[in-house]
Design a protein around this ligand. Structure first.
Ligand SMILES: [Zn+2]
Length: 89
């Protein structure tokens, strides 16, 4: 069978371990595409402890090497402002 490599569908690489419908579940789902996500537009939980919990549970987040924050100031494509973004790595 001919494999169309350029058209491979990006699979979700992690199973969501959290209870369906919870904030942490929704944010995990959002982040599981491994792309940057705006903390204002994409991510529902405004609380850093939500992401601390994910890290405690084994999720790997991008960490800024200088600030050590698990977030980066990036211009958002949705709200067009510079906002903190988070990303799984
Ligand atoms: Zn935004």
């Amino acid at each position: 069978m001919f494999l169309r490599r350029n058209f491979e569908i990006k699979e979700k690489i992690m199973d969501n371990p959290y209870k369906e419908g919870t904030l942490i579940y929704k944010d995990f789902n959002m982040l599981s595409d491994m792309q940057w996500h705006c903390t204002k537009c994409d991510l529902i939980s405004g609380q850093a402890k939500t992401y601390e919990k994910m890290r405690d549970d084994g999720a790997k987040f991008y960490q800024n090497p200088k600030t050590k924050y698990y977030a980066e100031m990036i211009k958002c494509n949705i709200c067009k402002r510079n906002t903190m973004h988070r990303k799984f790595i």
